[in-house]
Write a protein that binds this ligand. Structure first.
Ligand SMILES: Nc1ncnc2c1ncn2[C@@H]1O[C@H](COP(=O)(O)OP(=O)(O)OP(=O)(O)O)[C@@H](O)[C@H]1O
Ligand SMILES: [Mg+2]
Length: 1046
């Protein structure tokens, strides 16, 4: 910004020529030169951008630059094409005004580059998104495709546009590109067949040959060598700094992006190849049988290949090229053509195919980029048309091109000079008119519908009879003899002017940009643009779908005798439409200047620039601009836009718009000369004032935005807070309620419990008399008792049998009765036993007692015991009463006899046994000799110390006596008894009964006995040797005895 404002004030190189001082042509050119030297190639005249071609790439188109100019204020930044693009884009987006960007200048001045820069800037600053990016890419990629087919090297420009292009870019209300429409104007198709030395044909041919793969070339039946093709210049096919092969690939990529299918690309290239190959179809003359000269194809190969490419029978094409069908009085006659006529037809065919192919290409691109939706659109048109041209030899094409440029200049003059001045007068602003050259007269000279050159050309073309360029020129000379801007050899002669630079068969027009001499040769032919019907029919007959579609008039069904409109009239009407379109939009001008004729980088030729400055009318432009006002706007929109700058007009002004604007500006204190109040519009003189106004507005808008934001945020926070508060109150109310409810429930529960206790307590106290204090215990007792009672009654009813051997007993019905049940069971058993015992007789009882005693003494201790159970204890085995032999012994025993039995006594000396009678009384133990029946030994029971027996089933026993007794002195007795168990048992019982002491009984395998001769140790040995009669005692030495038992 600083740079901009400083350069605005830099006297040597002012950025806006309106500030130039002094204002003269020289100073203007000098300023441009100085700026150019500083590499500032852009300069303003108000809002018109002047661009001087640097012929060198400068680092001023970087993404950073785009950012710098994005949303910039037009007059606050260094002049740049981006600034005007930004201004136009924002005006379109924000003020809803359709825009057009008019780029003018002579050939090579940089129009095409400027248009691309505008497009790329708009693409860069408009919003991004997948769909939008695709649209942008397609719009941008249309350039390389159209340039390949529509641009060519000329002497003035290596990449000269040979067609006019107007592109409408369409946006939605947000400023997002939606698509576009391209219109093309008159392609310079004569270039297909001819171009001057040092120029080239259209780029596509060179690109195709350089960039296509060998397979593609083979498919298209082409050779890589440019020199092979008659339509391509034989010299200088390669251009320095232009890589045809790379451009070809870029073009193919671009077609892919736009949406061409591979088949479409192939068809397109096939038709291109056909055009190229047509140039190689050679004709020669031959004589027919009738003696007439006729042309024929010299080299049929090329023709055959063309026919293979387009799917046509070679004979058909040959016929169409070499002959012509003429209709005369309902008869069709086939006439042969001469060789020049044949070549004319061939070239016309090539030109027609190519120009129609170009139209198809534009339509095909439009089909891809056109807006599909019905959304409301805003339009930005970018016009890049061929520049004003003055060649050595200027023909119909230059005439048309220059006419178009003349029209554009007219728009410029109308919109910036004439219209502006007229507006001041209309609006009642004090105004001193500025003189300028109005080129309407030249436009009229060309386009006037009756006396215009184009009209006359058409007339000549349509006129029956001999028609040629000479008659056309004569007519012009007659009609325009006095026209200031027209001259020819004839008019000069009439005025007696000698000018060698004007040859015959030429006319000269004084264009706004200079005098151009046009050679009339070819005017009629080019204007007619006729193609022999045989050729169009042949093309229509081809099987190649694309080629066929280019020649709809070739359909024999649709034969029309009406002549097609001439090229000139077509162009005139399309230019008229274009002008109408441009007038409907807000114009933005980029005026391109070519600094030198040699395409040299950074070379500035003042004379050349001065000529352009003159014909572009830049001086007048500056003058009008200086005298006039930079900005104007109806009061209404102005007030609407700036009303926030004054407290009286903000937010609403209730008076008229003009008063509102006056009040508004009065408050802003601008110098009086800066403002003028027209009838319907406010005028602001300098851009700076407007800039200042805009800056203030921006500041104010920012303030207002802050205010709105503040208010809105406040409101939002407040409502949010209130909402939160309400919610919080609601939540806490619910929560408190819930908590209180819980607490109440708990309290109620507690109160109920307390009440229940209290009431219980009270009730118990009140009604205690009705209750026994230990009612429960009583009840329990009662229940227990009932249970016990039932149990006992049941038991009584169900008592087990009284047999003492039966130990069965019913189980306890309840666990608490199990102990009692067990006890009862024992009691019952004891009682059963007692009862059993009580009913026994005394003898039986004594017997059982003896048995019991025997069991206690021997059970499980001596093997003999179980055997003894079978034997009843009889006691008296001898029959003392009955046997008189034993009377004596009976007397000894008297009534005290306990047991009488026969035993054997072991001899202590040798172990042999002798029989003895043994009597046991309640006081004594008597051993008697059986024969004599005399007691041999009488022992007092108290002398018995103990008894030893073996473990086995023998009847051996040792009777140990006390030493102190008289009998004891004789030592212990060893006896063998058949009733050992009974004997020992009775001895025991008797001893217990008499002495009250138990008999010490030893059941052992080894014991010692006391014999008179000393102690003898007795060892009991179990042996089968022992006889059945009893044990066998063997004396072993003096003090050992072995008793063998079994
Ligand atoms: N801004 C620029 N920066 C660098 N080089 C430029 C610039 N503008 C133009 N040129 C150079 O000038 C050459 C001619 O420019 P361009 O093709 O835009 O001219 P033109 O006005 O369209 O001419 P024509 O009327 O013949 O189509 C370009 O090929 C390029 O080399
Ligand atoms: Mg161009």
């Amino acid at each position: 910004m600083e740079g901009a404002s400083s350069s605005l004030l830099d006297a040597e190189a002012v950025a806006d020529l309106v500030l130039l001082d002094p204002l003269a042509e020289e100073s203007l050119v000098q300023t441009l030169q100085e700026r150019f030297r500083r590499r500032d190639i852009y300069t303003y005249i108000g809002n018109v951008v002047i661009s001087v071609n640097p012929y060198q790439s400068l680092p001023i188109y970087t993404p950073e630059k785009v950012e710098e100019y994005r949303n910039c204020s037009f007059f606050a930044v260094n002049p740049h094409i981006y600034a005007i693009a930004d201004d136009a884009y924002r005006s379109l987006r924000d003020r809803d005004r359709d825009q057009c960007i008019l780029i003018t200048g002579e050939s090579g001045a940089g129009k095409t580059e400027a248009s691309k820069l505008v497009m790329s800037y708009v693409a860069a600053v408009s919003s991004k998104g997948e769909e939008v990016n695709k649209v942008k890419e397609q719009l941008l990629q249309s350039n390389p495709v159209l340039e390949a087919f529509g641009n060519a090297k000329t002497v003035r420009n290596d990449n000269s546009s040979r067609f006019g292009k107007y592109m409408d870019i369409e946006f939605d209300f947000k400023g997002e590109p939606l698509g576009g429409v391209i219109s093309n104007y008159l392609l310079e198709k004569s270039r297909i067949v001819r171009h001057v030395k040092g120029e080239r044909n259209f780029h596509i041919f060179y690109q195709l040959l350089a960039g296509a793969s060998p397979q593609l070339l083979q498919q298209l039946k082409l050779r890589q060598d440019c020199g092979h093709y008659g339509y391509l210049s034989r010299e200088g096919s390669n251009l320095p700094g232009m890589d045809d092969a790379a451009n070809f690939h870029a073009m193919q990529d671009a077609m892919r992006v736009i949406g061409f299918s591979p088949a479409e690309v192939t068809e397109l290239l096939q038709v291109t190849a056909v055009v190229l190959k047509l140039g190689n179809v050679q004709l020669s003359s031959s004589f027919q049988a009738s003696g007439m000269e006729a042309c024929s194809i010299t080299e049929p190969r090329e023709l055959r290949e063309i026919c293979e490419l387009i799917g046509l029978e070679p004979g058909a094409l040959e016929r169409a090229l070499c002959s012509r069908t003429v209709k005369a009085r309902d008869e069709t006659v086939l006439t042969t053509l001469s060789v020049p006529q044949g070549y004319y037809g061939r070239d016309a065919l090539a030109k027609n195919i190519y120009s129609r192919l170009f139209d198809w290409l534009v339509n095909r691109i439009n089909a891809s980029i056109q807006v599909k939706s019905d959304k409301q659109r805003k339009v930005m048109g970018v016009l890049d048309i061929y520049g004003f041209e003055i060649f050595q030899d200027n023909s119909f094409e230059q005439f048309i091109i220059n006419y178009c440029n003349e029209k554009l200049q007219q728009i410029f003059i109308l919109m910036t000079l004439k219209e502006e001045q007229e507006e001041y007068v209309r609006e009642g602003i004090q105004w001193t008119p500025v003189e300028f050259f109005d080129n309407s007269i030249i436009c009229n000279l060309i386009e006037n519908s009756t006396t215009g050159i184009l009209a006359m050309l058409d007339e000549e073309c349509l006129r029956p009879g001999v028609v040629n360029e000479d008659t056309f020129l004569t007519k012009l000379n007659q009609l325009l003899a006095t026209h200031k801007h027209y001259e020819s050899k004839e008019t000069q002669n009439a005025r007696r002017v000698t000018d060698t630079s004007l040859p015959p068969r030429c006319f000269r027009i004084h264009h706004y940009a200079g005098k151009v001499t046009y050679n009339v040769s070819g005017f009629i032919e080019k204007n007619n643009d006729l193609l022999f019907r045989d050729l169009s029919q042949a093309m229509w007959a081809a099987r190649h779908a694309l080629l066929r579609s280019l020649f709809p008039e070739g359909d024999p069904q649709k034969v029309s005798l009406k002549l097609p409109p001439t090229a000139g009239s077509q162009f005139k009407s399309s230019v008229a439409m274009l002008m109408k379109n441009l007038y409907s939009k807000n114009p933005n001008y980029i005026r391109c200047i070519k600094p030198n004729d040699t395409k040299a980088a950074m070379v500035f030729t003042p004379e050349l620039v001065l000529a352009q400055v003159r014909y572009l009318g830049l001086m007048e432009n500056v003058r009008v601009r200086r005298a006039g006002y930079a900005f104007r706007q109806p009061y209404g929109p102005f007030l609407q836009r700036y009303k926030m700058l004054n407290a009286r007009t903000w937010p609403r002004w209730h008076g008229g718009d003009r008063q509102g604007a006056e009040v508004l500006l009065a408050g802003l204190v601008f110098p009086a000369e800066e403002l003028a109040f027209g009838r319907t519009k406010i005028f602001i003189r300098s851009p700076r004032t407007l800039f200042d106004l805009e800056r203030r507005r921006q500041e104010r808008v920012a303030q207002l935005a802050t205010l709105i934001q503040k208010t809105f945020r406040g409101w939002r926070c407040r409502t949010q807070y209130q909402l939160m508060r309400k919610s919080q109150i609601l939540i806490s109310a619910w929560f408190r309620g819930h908590r209180q409810k819980n607490r109440y429930k708990q309290m109620k529960r507690s109160a109920l419990i307390l009440q229940a206790y209290a009431r219980g307590w009270k009730a118990r106290r009140t009604y205690r008399k009705y209750f026994r204090s230990n009612a429960s215990a009583c009840l329990a007792n009662f229940i227990y008792r009932r249970l016990v009672q039932r149990y006992l009654v049941g038991l009584a009813k169900n008592l087990p049998p009284l047999s003492v051997t039966d130990r069965t007993w019913p189980p306890a019905p309840y666990r608490f009765l199990s102990d009692a049940n067990q006890e009862l069971r024992n009691i019952f058993y004891h009682w059963k036993c007692k009862k059993y015992r009580d009913q026994l007789p005394a003898s039986r009882r004594a017997q059982l007692q003896a048995r019991l005693c025997a069991s206690e003494l021997f059970k499980d201790k001596k093997t003999l015991y179980p055997k003894s159970l079978q034997q009843p204890f009889r006691g008296e085995y001898l029959g003392l009463k009955q046997n008189p032999k034993y009377q004596k012994l009976h007397a000894v025993a008297k009534d005290k006899l306990v047991m009488a039995d026969a035993v054997r006594k072991v001899n202590r000396a040798n172990g042999k046994t002798v029989p003895r009678l043994l009597l046991l009384t309640t006081e004594h133990l008597v051993l008697a000799d059986p024969k004599a029946a005399q007691p041999k030994t009488v022992l007092s029971l108290s002398d018995i110390r103990g008894v030893s027996v073996t473990r086995f089933s023998d009847g051996f026993l040792a009777l140990h006596l006390k030493e102190v007794s008289t009998v004891g002195a004789k030592g212990d007795f060893l006896l063998v008894s058949d009733h050992l168990i009974e004997l020992v048992t009775r001895l025991h019982q008797t001893l217990e009964a008499t002495t009250g002491q138990a008999l010490p009984l030893h059941i052992t395998d080894r014991f010692s006995t006391r014999f008179p001769k000393g102690d003898v140790s007795i060892t009991v040995v179990e042996s089968p040797k022992a006889g059945t009669n009893g044990p066998v005692c063997k004396k072993k030495g003096s003090n050992k005895m072995e008793v063998l038992v079994h």
